[in-house]
Design a protein around this ligand. Sequence first.
Ligand code: ADP
Ligand code: MG
Length: 233
Amino acid sequence: MIQLSNVTKSYEVAQETFDVLSEIDLVIAKGEYVSIMGPSGSGKSTLMNIIGCLDRPTSGQYQFLGKELSTAKDQELAAIRNQSIGFVFQQFHLLPRLNAKRNVELPMIYSGMNQTERKERAEIALEKVGLADRMNHMPNELSGGQKQRVAIARAIVNHPQLILADEPTGALDSKTSSSIMEQFTQLNEEGTTVVLVTHEEEIAACTNRMVIVRDGRLVEDRLTQGGALNETR
Ligand SMILES: Nc1ncnc2c1ncn2[C@@H]1O[C@H](COP(=O)(O)OP(=O)(O)O)[C@@H](O)[C@H]1O
Ligand SMILES: [Mg+2]
């Protein structure tokens, strides 16, 4: 599903070139449950942004669902993001003036779905994440964990093949974090490929495979203790 070959990402800062990612080779198969772990500044978000078609490598190849995307046009990347990928972020990224249901409807507005179907699917997604009784609440009327559940509902509402989450529990206490991780585990068990970024070992241990990044390099790639090797791999 995901294949990075010799991917490098560099930035020019004050006329000097910095390699934020160097020579990344990574293959993730459909159905996997993977964490990308590493200290702050190691390049995790940069890597996730490339996987999520939010950014392109400076050099190297990136194939997603069999398509070479390292030189794809913005429009093509945007279409792939909308159809195939659901995003979850540390700070939830909900629109503050829209209630939970309207926030979840957004990706379907972008994909041009009619209002009746949008509402129905938003309700189903919110029920799935346990928020049947909070659909009309505004973001500021929800707890951190509830906000993240709205964000997860928004991420799954277009039935993406891939969910990408960047530090999804970074703003949550440990009890709430574990319930959010259970939600990701459930989505993976239902067949969705889940890739999440974290700097916390306990969070990474909830997934089946841990990819460790340090100074922009992939230094370790192993199955976690509880995680079973995925058959499709
Ligand atoms: N647009 C940018 N321009 C220059 N440097 C950047 C840019 N984005 C990220 N970086 C640098 O790349 C490194 C890795 O950043 P990031 O991928 O956000 O790390 P992480 O998510 O692991 O904390 C950091 O040192 C950061 O300062
Ligand atoms: Mg980051």
